[in-house]
Design a protein around this ligand. Sequence first.
Ligand code: BGC
Ligand code: NOJ
Length: 813
Amino acid sequence: MEQQKRYGHFDDQHREYVITDPQTPWPWINYLGNEDFFSLISNTAGGYSFYKDAKFRRITRYRYNNVPMDNGGRYFYIKDGDTVWNPGWKPCKTPLDFYECRHGMSYTRVTGRKNGVEASVLFFVPLKKWAEVQKLTLTNQSNEVKNLKLFSFEEWCLWNAATDMENFQRNFSTGEVEIEGSTIYHKTEYRERRNHYAFYHVNTPIQGFDTDRETFVGLYNEFADPQVVMEGKPRNSHAHGWSPIASHYIEVTLQPGESKNFVFLLGYIENEQDKKFSAPQVINKDKAHALIAELDTTQKVDQAFAELCQYWDALLNIYNVRTGNDKLDRMVNIWNQYQCMVTFNFSRSASFFESGIGRGMGFRDSNQDLVGFVHQIPSRARQRIIDIASTQFPDGGCYHQYQPLTKRGNNDIGGGFNDDPCWLIFGTVAYIKETGDFSILDEMVPFDNQPGSEVTLFEHLKISMDHVINNLGPHMLPLIGRADWNDCLNLNCFSWDPNESFQTTENVSEGTKAESLMIAGLFVVTGKDYVALCQKLGKTQEAERMQKAIDAMIEAVKKHGWDGEWYLRAYDFYGNKIGSNECDEAKIFIESQGWCTMAEIGAQEGMVAKSLDSCKKYLECEHGMVLNNPAFTKYIYEYGEISSYPEGYKENAGIFCHNNPWVIIGECLAGRGNDAWSHYAKILPSYVEEKYQTLHKVEPYVNCQMVAGKDAFKPGEGKNSWLTGTAAWMWYTVSEFILGIKPDYDGIRIDPCLPETATDYTVSRKFRDAEYEITIHPNGAQKGVKAITLDGQKVDGTVIPYSAGKHVVEVTM
Ligand code: BGC
Ligand code: NOJ
């Protein structure tokens, strides 16, 4: 393998990834904000901000998939004599004397140097504030006095990111702004039904401004050479319609060695209906003034930044491992947990591959994301579970997605994805095991958000299980519906019309027989959890009822779901096998291997071991395990979208990182630590970053949804970074199954599964009101705990019983 160019490196001490070349193979981004106000920011400061919902409350504009790439963002133009440059290199692309971007935990710092001037910008969203702070520090590192002209730039989005991109006949007439001192207010549509506005402020007097894009940029200029900046003269333009922007103009004189700070603030405000205006047509700015006053000095901003850093310290101190392997430690302790938080916040809505307008929050996605996050802020996980369950229907089915702003089910996509209900159990059980809070089960939760329809959350779990039982096919296996976890296995779609959606079209569904082995495995895994929960609650009859259904499902899988060397994937509409040696292509799929081995179906009969071996033999390649093998080479009408993708990409034999962990957990349960580890390391970003920065293309500090598989034109190329269930599954796998620290109702279960080369390691784990310092001595074993002591006392079994306070645990394997 040729030595690949490197664009950056990890700085574990600061929990940062340091990018040293702005021309990364793809924009490498970060996320700012933790609860309501969010921003996406690339390594050149491209990106945008929104309040809660990337579709309905987009604050600034961004141009997806544009030429040049990564166009639109928060740009600072520095005019030093005839040279105009930006700290993040773009958009002017003036060669810099020094460039560095540090992506950290909810902040990004971009630094550029040119001709003896350094400009360093710290971007972050303070906790609990609806604003993005941009703290710009300008330093004169030369021996002469510098007279600089500084222009800021943000472009307003007219709130609804979808109509902003298409309804020009209206948009070009609605834009409105107000200017007051050093603050530019964006108030489009405020006169009518909106009670929110945004502002862009700087904490210093300005010598000019612009708010009209055409005036600032020039109709035939670009972000790279805005006419106002090139001329070095603001025009004090006042936008009416067209495209409103916000640009401050500041003249800065710096003595040799002198440094100056500027705090720019991009804020969002909501007013009560009767307090919207302070005078006819004039917005009430009280709340904006108050917000500005909270962040108008360097000191206040530094304080807010320190609080943000403490917040992350606390979050990352809940689970911390020291193995001595930097690559593992940095993923477990920093980046995997960070990605889980981002995924929990954004679901699949806004990344550089998700435009923020396509999808809301997924039912199955959010339940899985929760598992990566529940140990950090359980109260938010609790709320999320209630929100999700509120979009369920009385028969246990549910909306596939909901909008975060309204928390209502999304009618465009509807329901009918038959794996969805099971995930509610997966999420809820994880929550209770982490917190011990059984009271969530008594919460009254509506159906489809209809007031008056409330039943307990436990009832929601019950009907979720029942939804599977009530929808079985001819082999007594679960009917797949529109699709299961694999959104692209559309067995009732039958579409020859390119204008139809694979996800929502069911040209035939009457009399369907299409059944899913993935749901069968999922049902057994979550069913076992459900049964254990019922037993815990003393609901013995319900536990027995469900155990029978599980046993029947296990029998059905053994009888109709085994192909000889691996588990089948599905039966199609006509009852034909999918994922069988009898098929021409796609003889084996990963999902059913993952779920049926996690469910340990047929372990005694050798099915689990054979299935895991088949994964190694047929699915594994240099970059991970592919989804199916061999790839589909042609479109198959009765299979749908899966066969629409070229070979090796996405759901057609891509390495869908999300489901590699399923097989890894299967390996762990089977005690095959060497195999589990080798699968895991292949998709662990820190290992990939070392070898494949150029090939992999996307951010080396997080997992991406998909890496091109062995049948692809370019195996190893990554796509769809950041927002993927991979984050939570990687976390769940490494924290609970490989390192073996698993929360349970009454304590922490310790059951690692390691490569035989593993050496002693220590995990610090905060759990409810306790703190455990757990040291594991593997002694060359892959699996099997021999002895545990808790504070020097021998423990029977593998669960350390919970009790508040600090504890020391020693584990011998
Ligand atoms: C993608 C899936 C995605 C689905 C729903 C498909 O095109 O391949 O990964 O889940 O769309 O948006
Ligand atoms: C991405 C979707 O968000 C997820 O719900 C789905 O399971 C996978 N794609 C696989 O299709």
